[in-house]
Ligand binder design. Structure first.
Ligand code: FNR
Length: 401
């Protein structure tokens, strides 16, 4: 653990240098079931691959001859100053990766001066996370069921002191993640033909994983226990049968109701078009998250970065905050997203890989790597503050016009 935190592997070599190295570390420590759940994406992974590729397609235009001795990577979002433009995205059931789960994620986020977003499908309840990890929390709501299903969750988030509410619109039903079906990803884990080979190949890792599940929240979903309602979600024992349990009835009327229930900043997550952005704005949201759920829902959506310019144009001058997630792995990815109109970005898989690799120090390492890269890249780009970034700092492929 210390090796991961200090960047040394203890054998005279180097520790994880970048986010891909952290992923490799997570892969080595995990067995296939929990690891592939994080890596997984829908159908042919086309959208997931596009998310990553889009960052290579956009290139940078520095302002050299700028004095960059003093650089500031803080941002202001909904009136709060954050030390980082990188927020932690909501990810369900991190308790299957490490017993500390959200305590590690929120602890690391708050130590780094940024926001942790608690998934509705979190392992620990938002109440316990707020008690253990003082600092800015957002709560993410899934659009399932009707008012009776989601109102208790909105109230729970408010009682826990969450600063913003995020409604994930891209998940009326579960995405078709064939990779998870192939690994036999069920909860609780059962021996099946699909995963028996894995158990025989890596008995030690599998044993360690079972101990992880036993030591922490494991497959539990803390918010269900506290609200007493499943919120249209009944996944505790049936992960692979998710869709059968979803109630995909959330429409504009439900969003309007959530708006009335929630006084603070309200964001919608899963926006990929200008039309959706305008509808969200008309519904009274304060922010949108340009996202395709890390390619885990509708395969065939464009890369998040590709969708960002049209969303930014549609919301220009409205005061609506724009965030982006999907494929952020480098400091330069963050700068490209901010140049194209995002105020901040979110990371999903990267923080969960850090968690799976080493718990809290692993998540600390992920944030340290990204922050070091951002600070270096700001100097190389000739920008002193993130607010200076704009479209003039990037070349966008002609085909995007
Ligand atoms: C997710 N994501 C997600 N989103 C959400 O709104 N609620 C959730 O509970 C989850 N759960 C979840 C679990 C896991 C393991 C992953 C990898 C992702 C999507 C997440 O918030 C985010 O949109 C993507 O992960 C962003 O893409 P990257 O950073 O993973 O490339």
């Amino acid at each position: 653990l210390a090796a991961l935190a200090t960047g040394r592997n203890g054998r005279g070599g180097v520790g994880p240098l970048n986010i891909d190295d952290v992923r490799a570390r997570a892969r080595k420590r995990s067995c296939a079931l929990p690891f592939s759940y994080v890596d997984s994406a829908a159908e042919d992974f086309a959208t997931h691959r596009a998310n990553l590729r889009a960052f290579d397609e956009v290139t940078l235009r520095p302002d050299l001859l700028t004095d960059v001795r003093d650089r500031d990577r803080s941002i202001t979002l909904f009136g709060r100053t954050l030390a980082s433009p990188v927020l932690l995205a909501p990810t369900g059931m991190p308790g299957i990766q490490h017993a500390d789960a959200e305590f590690a994620g929120a602890g690391a986020a708050h130590a780094a001066g940024t926001v942790f977003t608690v998934s509705m499908a979190s392992s620990h309840s938002v109440t316990r996370i707020a008690e253990r990890c003082p600092g800015p929390l957002w709560f993410q709501l899934y659009p399932w069921g009707n008012a009776d299903d989601f109102t208790p969750y909105v109230e729970l988030a408010a009682r826990a002191g969450c600063e913003a509410l995020v409604v994930t619109l891209d998940t009326p039903v579960g995405g078709n993640r064939e990779a998870d079906i192939r690994t036999g990803f069920t909860m609780p884990p059962r021996l099946s033909r699909a995963n028996a080979g894995e158990v025989l190949r890596h008995p030690v890792r599998f044993g360690r994983w079972i101990r992880t599940l036993a030591a922490g929240p494991g497959i539990a979903m803390g918010n269900i226990a506290e609200t007493g309602v499943t919120g249209g979600m009944n996944a505790v024992h049936q992960a692979t049968k998710f869709e059968a349990k979803f109630v995909p009835g959330f429409s504009a009327a439900e969003l309007a109701l959530v708006r009335r229930l929630w006084d603070g900043p309200l964001l919608v997550k899963g926006i990929t078009t200008a039309e959706q952005a305008r509808r969200a704005r008309a519904a009274g949201v304060d922010g949108v998250i340009v996202s395709n759920h890390g390619g885990r829902q509708l395969d065939g959506l464009p890369a998040s970065l590709r969708a960002l310019p049209e969303v930014a144009e549609a919301l220009d001058g409205t005061g609506t905050e724009i965030l982006l997630d999907g494929g952020i792995r480098r400091g330069t990815d963050v700068l490209k997203a901010l140049a194209l109109g995002a105020r901040a970005v979110m990371i999903g898989r990267p923080w969960v890989w850090g968690l799976a690799a080493a718990g809290r120090p692993g998540v600390d390492t992920v944030l340290r790597i990204l922050h070091t890269e951002i600070e270096r890249d700001m100097a190389l780009m000739g920008v002193r503050t993130l607010a200076d970034l704009g479209p003039r700092h990037v070349n966008v492929p002609a085909a995007w016009a």
